[in-house]
Design a protein around this ligand. Sequence first.
Ligand code: NAD
Ligand code: DAU
Length: 351
Amino acid sequence: MQRNLLITGGAGFIGSHVVRRFVNKYPQYRIINLDALTYAGNLENLRDIENAPNYTFVKADICDAEAVAKVIKEHGIDGIIHLAAESHVDRSITDPLSFVRTNVFGTVTLLNAAKEAWKSAMEGKRFYHVSTDEVYGSLHDDSLFLETTPYDPQSPYSASKAASDHFVRAYGNTYKLPFVVSNCSNNYGSHHFPEKLIPLMINNLRNSKPLPVYGKGENVRDWLWVEDHASAIDTIFHNGKNGETYNIGGHNEWKNIDLVHLLCSIMDKKLGRAAGESAKLITYVTDRAGHDLRYAIDAGKIERELGWKPSITFEVGLERTVDWYLANTEWLEHLTTGAYQQYYKEHYAQR
Ligand code: NAD
Ligand code: DAU
């Protein structure tokens, strides 16, 4: 079947994996990647598919109603996978308004454009909103997030994502826009911007720089390999039921400090350092304001109803990830000069 898909945020970390998967796996689809190329967007992430005949890149902002409507009309878009967002919790603490702008205003702008373009024939159309487990808040016992867990966002980032999820469901209810939502746990893998925990630690380990662990390092995250997230998105886009929400996760909880120690021991081996050498770089720094203690996803629904589960273990995925960064130091170096240095200096100087 022929489809014309709009993927937003396709030059970012997860978006680039989704674009690559769809371009390669579905040659009969036309994939339009719309991205504003903020600091987090990087066309180098897509070098391998940029000349594919079924791929088009459009530089545009999801807040620009005219530009978004034009793309949907010109390309006869019949499905949208929406990933574009401001995605870094620390940045949301210093600049919440840019999160409201992109994550809330931008998502509603996109919803409006889809509703207008599709209003005479909603049948067969699909608006897929990619969201996060952070909308459910912070766990302080051993329970897991279910699709029915009440929303309780605790950071400006998660509040903006929660608002966008509510708008998607409101458009489904009010205008009968066919939609699906997924809420995923922390991703890791190649092409991850080095302001997030795992790539930042790998980059600092490589350069023998301090490894900044927030607070006591006791916060827990549930890690999923990014290509498994892309495969879940593929499964939900094609087989998920309209109006449903699916949690996606790896059943793979790690305390930050344990994860940093694991990375240190992998890097000791890869870089030929003595055992325990890298761990000496661990430095405890001031905690993140309002730091969520624990996230953990119950991914039972997507497994039961759609037959999806992660394809690889964390040990395999993490080793692959470290190998990718060590083989792609040029990619890292392009990102970690200029504006990144400034961000790093300001963010970690205060800690
Ligand atoms: P990212 O920050 O790496 O990439 C975001 C992309 O969106 C970038 O390419 C950026 O240029 C683009 N973008 C930002 N503002 C835009 C705008 N106004 N208009 C058009 N494009 C814009 O993010 P990511 O980590 O790949 O996350 C992608 C999505 O998945 C987000 O919606 C995020 O909330 C969600 N998510 C992320 C994770 C994770 O662990 N990273 C987990 C669950 C859900
Ligand atoms: O749970 C899904 C979410 O995961 C996504 O929605 C977000 O877009 C994504 O950024 C991620 O959010 P986190 O805040 O969990 O990711 P981050 O990599 O920023 O931090 C992971 C944990 O590591 C968190 O407990 C904070 C801690 N941390 C982070 C950094 C950058 C440190 O201890 N030191 C650091 O330098």
